[in-house]
Every structure is written in C-alpha cells, then in structure tokens.
Design a protein around this ligand. Structure first.
Ligand code: GLA
Length: 387
C-alpha cells in the first residue's frame, strides 16, 4: 500500500520527496448503540481497514488535498488562512475541521500541506470513514508539526471538529475507538467520564462479519441529531422527578419507576432504548469475559430489536440483512452497527458458516431489496500509525 500511495502522490503532486505515510483505522461497534451521547457505555473496536494518507509540508500557506476515493474531484485547494466549512470543499471539510480545531486549541500550523488520502473503508458504510479521516489528520499534524497531543486528545479534537465545524452532533465513540484502538481488543468505554478498559475479543471458532447494505446515508441529513434531541428532552422531563445528569445513570428498573414523567410515547421509547442498551452493553462485556459467546450474541440481537422498534433507526435494508442473517445456522448474533439509517450490520458467525452466510444473506438481500450487499470478514486492529 505504501508504494502505491507514494506513487500516486508523485503523480498528483509532481514528486514525493520528503512525503511521509500514515494510517488510521475504521471502527465497528459490537454493542452499545446511541448510548454515547447519553452518558452510557459503548463497546467498539478499531479495524485493520481504514484510511491511508501521504502528507508533506509546503513552503507556502496553501493546502492541497487529493482523495483516491474521489479521483474525479481532482486536487481540492484551500489555505490555512481559510479554515471555514464550505459546501464546495466536500470531503476536505473533515481534515480542515481538524486543522481548525487544533488552531482553536492554540496549535497553529505555520505552513500548508499537500495531502493524499486512500480509504479502504466503504464510504458512507457506517464504519466511520469520516472519524478515520479526522483522527488520521490529527495524527499527521502531530507528527509533522510536533504538536503535543495524546491519542485521547486526537479523539476529542476529532469529535469537536465534527460537532462544531461539520455540524454533526456525534458522540465520542467513533473517534475514541479509532484513536485508542488495540489489536484484537474491543474498548469498553464509559462515555460519562471516558474511563475505559480493553477486553480481548476471543471468538473461538467464529469471526466478525460486516454486511454493508449499500444504502447510502449522510449523518448530517439523517435523523441522528433529531434522536439526540429527543433523548435530551426525555432527560429534562425525568430530571423534574429525579436528580440525574444523563440517561446512562439509570438502571432499567429505575427507568420504569420514572418513565411516566416523559410526556410522549415516542420520547419514552427513545429513552427506554438508551437505558436498556446501556445495561445490555455492560452485560455483554461480562458475557464475553466469561467466554459466553452465545449470551453475547443474544444481547446483540436484543440490541438490534430495540434499535428497530424503540429507537427506529434501522430501516428496511438493515432489518432485512439482520433477518436473513439470523436464518443462517451458525450465526451467533447480528445487529446494525453505527448510526443506522443505512450503513452496515455486524454479525458473529462461526467459521464453518461464513461462506454460507455470505451466499445466502447476499442472495436473499438482492432478491428482497433489489441491489446487492457487500460482505467483509474483518480483523481488529490498532490505532493511528506512521508507516
Ligand atoms: C454515530 C456517531 C457515534 C454514535 C453512533 C451511534 O456513529 O458518530 O457517536 O452515536 O452513531 O451509536
């Protein structure tokens, strides 16, 4: 990959002298969905697929970006004096947002850069290609400009730029999973205080299979921000009868005792998902530690059902993938992953069932939805690196 991206960099920018190569992963969330902005737990892991980058400082203040995933767009030019979001800047709003967020923290670039990216994460798949680009950009800035930031800072800066530069009110999960990734480990993160532990994902005889629905979505125009608002409103209603800071503080039982303070059925169901999904995540990590993969799978299934029925973020495509997955013998659990509204599902599938899984789910999805799904048997990788 290094040779390939260096050669492309030379082709696009004239030569590759002094250019360095970098990588940041994508992520998949195993369980704990739509809990990260509710002070709950999440359990994601970084992947070995992600975003490769080549970068080099310039002598002037220009920024030149090129993405091998959007070749027809050619070189997109800007400058470090113009770090404002612009529609016509397209995908470059993500790296520019990170440069802006560094500047906000007093870490200002003193020259421009040429940057080439090549992502191996399918775009818009829900495997966090944008967070991957954000963390990658942060890592590149740290390396080339000697900014002193930890990996956890990279996650927070990435989230800050996405919230305040790109207008998506996302939680911390994606950037954290990517910046803090560790090979073969999932990250059990408490989003209330960012305390975390790593848990080995030893699936003994099974693998993580991702099915991409190919239904495209953009978080900005999805109902993501709406769900977040609904949860905030439900929290405010509960706060009238109970002193809590986040929905994540409530157990299922405690929620049942206060839920009638929520004035609408829709908000009640949104909050119910947030509370019970948080409980499921804690239980799932326990199950994994006890090598109880079957229990882990059941909790994954329950997570999807709650996202479908109470949180209403799945949609026909993801529901079809999950329905078909669960028909295949050897599937331990299957659920949507990420924000939803399109994107991917994550399934734990026994080794001997993987080929059959891909064939049967693929065939039935095509028949029912009218276009094909893509499948990836993935591995858990580490955080951002210089290659
Ligand atoms: C997106 C957001 C995350 C998280 C998930 C849902 O991936 O970026 O912060 O909220 O959706 O769990």
């Amino acid at each position: 990959m290094k040779e390939k991206i260096l050669a492309k960099f030379a082709e696009v920018f004239g030569d590759n002298e002094g250019a360095a190569c970098f990588f940041a992963p994508g992520r998949v969330n195993l369980i704990g969905e739509h809990t990260d902005y509710n002070g709950g737990h999440v359990f994601p892991c970084a992947l070995t697929i992600g975003t490769y980058g080549v970068a080099r400082k310039r002598k002037d203040r220009k920024l030149r970006f090129f993405s091998m995933n959007f070749e027809p767009l050619g070189i997109i030019e800007s400058s470090i004096d113009d770090l404002t979001p612009r529609k016509e800047a397209g995908w470059t709003n993500y790296p520019k947002g990170v440069m802006w967020a560094f500047k906000e923290r007093g870490m200002e670039m003193d020259c421009g850069m040429d940057i080439l990216l090549n992502g191996t994460i399918p775009n818009g798949s829900g495997l966090s290609s944008s967070a991957s680009v954000e963390v990658l950009t942060g890592h590149i800035l740290r390396e080339l400009f000697d900014f002193s930031v930890s990996n956890q800072d990279l996650a927070l800066i990435g989230q800050y730029s996405e919230n305040h530069f790109n207008g998506v009110n996302c939680g911390i999960m994606d950037q954290f999973a990517i910046a803090m990734g560790k090979e073969n480990m999932a990250i059990f993160l408490d989003t209330a205080d960012l305390s975390y532990t790593y848990a080995p994902v030893a699936l003994k005889g099974a693998k993580i299979v991702i099915a991409c629905s190919n239904k495209k979505r953009g978080l900005g125009d999805s109902k993501y921000n709406e769900r977040r608002r609904e949860c905030e409103e439900a929290l405010a209603e509960i706060q009238k009868v109970r002193n809590i800071q986040t929905l994540g503080e409530l157990s299922g039982e405690e929620f049942e005792a206060v839920k009638d303070a929520i004035g609408s059925d829709i908000r009640k169901r949104r909050a119910k998902h947030a509370v019970y999904e948080n409980e499921r995540t804690v239980k799932a990590v326990e199950a994994l530690k006890n090598n109880d993969i079957l229990r882990f799978g059941q909790l994954m299934n329950a997570s999807h059902d709650s996202l479908r029925d109470d949180y209403e973020v799945t949609g026909r495509e993801l529901d079809t993938l999950v329905e078909e997955a669960r028909k295949v013998e050897g599937v331990i659990g299957s659920r949507m992953t990420g924000a939803g509204f399109g994107g991917c599902t994550v399934s734990i599938v026994k080794d001997e069932a993987i080929d059959r899984f891909i064939e049967e789910v693929g065939k039935n999805y095509l028949e029912r939805i009218g276009y094909k799904a893509d499948f990836y048997v993935v591995e858990i990788g580490g955080g951002p690196v210089t290659l």
